[in-house]
Design a protein around this ligand. Structure first.
Ligand code: ADP
Length: 375
C-alpha cells in the first residue's frame, strides 16, 4: 500500500453537461486492523453505496459495469459506477450531506464543466473542495486504465461477412441484427482516434498516454439528439427516445438516393438506400401527415450518428489513423448507433477503418479523476 495515498473514501467525479458520473473505489478489507480503523461514517457511506443500486429519485448504479479486483495506488478493491442527471446536483449534495460526507472528505477529485460551475455549492453544502482535472486528460487516463484492467473492455460489431465490405447501409432491423459483438484486443492501441459522444462531441488523436491533441468536434451530439427528439416526438427521457427509435423507420423521413435517382447513383458508387438528405421528406405536408413518432426518433438518431461518423472518418483519414474508438453516454443502450458507425467507418473507407467501442462508455473521465487522486 501507498502510504502517501489520501484518506478514504476515494471518488472520481465527472460533472458533465447532461450527466454526472461518480466512480467509487471500495477497498477490499484486508485485515481486522483496517476494519477497526474505518470510521462509522465511512462504513455507512460504503454500505449505502454498495448495497443499493438506486439513490434518491434519479441516481443509478450501473451494477453490470462493476469492476472487481482492481488495483489503485497499491490498494485492491472494487470500482462502482454511479450516474445522475447534472440538473440534480443540488439533490445529490443534500443526500451527501445527510450521509455525513461533510465530516469526512474535504477534497473530491472532479472534472467536467460542472467542476467549475458548482464549485461554490460543494463548499457550501458539504464542505468539499473540488480538485479539478482537465476532462480530456482524465478521459484518456481513464480509457487506458480501464482497458488495461479489463480484457473484455474493447469490442467491435462484426458485419455479417467480415471480409466483404458491406455495400448497403443497415437501416432495417434484419440487416442490423446480423451484426455481432466481438472482443477486440486493444493491447497495442497507438495511434488511435478517440471520439467522445457526450452532450457534444470531441475528437482526439492519441499517439501515446501523454501525447494527444483535440483535432475536431461538433456541437451536434447526444444533447442534440435528445433535444430534437423531445421536440419532435414529445418524449421525455433518453431511454424513451432510444426505445422509440428502435421501432421506427427513418426511410419515411429521410430522402434516399433512390428517392432522387430512382435507384443507385452508380457512377459514384452510391447505393439507392443511402440517405441523400436527412429529414428531406419532411418538406412535404403529405409525408409529414403519415410519419410516426418512432420514425422521427429513428431519423434523429440516424442523422446525428451519420454526421458524427462522417466527421470521425474525415479526421481518421486526415491523420492516417485506422482505429476509431467511440465512447460517451450517447452510446449507452444504443446498439443502433454503434452498428451505424461500424458500417459508416468501414463503408466509406473501403474497409480501412475500424470502429471500436468500450464497455464503460461514459465513465472514463470519472475514472481518470479517481486515478489522479494524488495530484
Ligand atoms: P456529458 O458529460 O456531456 O454529460 P455524457 O457522456 O454523459 O456527456 O453523455 C450525455 C448524453 O448521453 C446525453 O446527451 C444523451 O444523449 C445520452 N444519455 C444516455 N443516458 C442518458 C440518461 N439517462 N439521461 C440523459 N441522457 C442520457
Amino acid at each position: 500500500p501507498d502510504n502517501d495515498a489520501p484518506p478514504m473514501p476515494w471518488f472520481g467525479m465527472d460533472i458533465g453537461g447532461t450527466l454526472t458520473k461518480l466512480v467509487y473505489f471500495e477497498p477490499r478489507e484486508t485485515n481486522r486492523r483496517e476494519l477497526d480503523k474505518e470510521t462509522e461514517v465511512l462504513k455507512n457511506i460504503r454500505r449505502y453505496l454498495t448495497r443499493n443500486s438506486a439513490y434518491g429519485k434519479t441516481g443509478r448504479r450501473d451494477v453490470h459495469l462493476q469492476m472487481d479486483n482492481v488495483t489503485i495506488r497499491g490498494r485492491r478493491g472494487t470500482l462502482h459506477f454511479i450516474r445522475f442527471p447534472t440538473s440534480e446536483v443540488g439533490a445529490f449534495l443534500q443526500l451527501a450531506r445527510s450521509k455525513g460526507m461533510a465530516d469526512l472528505v474535504n477534497t473530491i477529485y472532479a472534472t467536467g464543466g460542472g467542476a467549475y460551475k458548482f464549485e461554490e455549492d460543494f463548499i457550501k453544502e458539504v464542505n468539499m473542495r473540488l480538485s479539478k482535472m482537465d476532462e480530456l486528460d482524465a478521459l484518456i487516463a481513464g480509457v487506458l486504465y480501464v482497458d488495461g484492467m479489463n480484457a473484455q473492455e474493447c469490442y467491435y460489431w462484426a458485419p455479417p461477412s467480415e471480409c466483404a465490405v458491406h455495400s448497403h447501409p443497415p437501416y432495417s432491423e434484419a440487416a442490423l441484427s446480423q451484426y455481432v459483438r466481438k472482443p477486440f484486443d486493444f493491447s497495442s492501441p497507438y495511434p488511435f482516434l478517440l471520439v467522445n459522444i457526450g452532450s457534444g462531441v470531441s475528437v482526439l488523436v492519441v499517439n501515446a498516454p501523454d501525447d494527444y491533441y483535440r483535432v475536431s468536434g461538433t456541437s451536434l451530439g447526444g444533447g442534440t439528439f435528445l433535444g430534437l427528439c423531445c421536440l419532435l416526438t414529445g418524449c421525455s427521457s433518453f431511454e424513451e427516445a432510444i426505445a422509440l427509435a428502435a421501432s421506427g423507420d427513418n426511410t419515411t423521413v429521410d430522402k434516399l438516393v433512390r428517392d432522387i435517382y430512382g435507384g443507385d447513383y452508380a457512377r459514384f458508387g452510391l447505393p439507392g438506400d443511402l440517405v441523400a438528405s436527412s429529414f428531406g421528406q419532411m418538406c412535404s405536408a403529405e409525408r409529414r401527415a403519415k410519419v410516426s413518432r418512432a420514425d422521427l426518433a429513428r431519423a434523429t438518431v440516424v442523422t446525428i450518428t451519420n454526421n458524427i461518423g462522417s466527421i470521425a472518418r474525415l479526421c481518421a483519414s486526415n491523420e492516417n489513423i485506422e482505429r476509431v474508438v467511440f465512447c460517451g453516454n450517447f452510446l449507452r443502450v444504443n446498439p443502433l448507433s454503434m452498428k451505424l458507425l461500424s458500417y459508416a467507418m468501414s463503408y466509406w473507407s473501403r474497409g480501412a477503418l475500424k470502429a471500436l467501442f468500450l464497455e464503460h462508455e461514459g465513465y472514463f473521465g470519472a475514472v481518470g479523476c479517481l486515478l489522479h487522486l494524488d495530484s
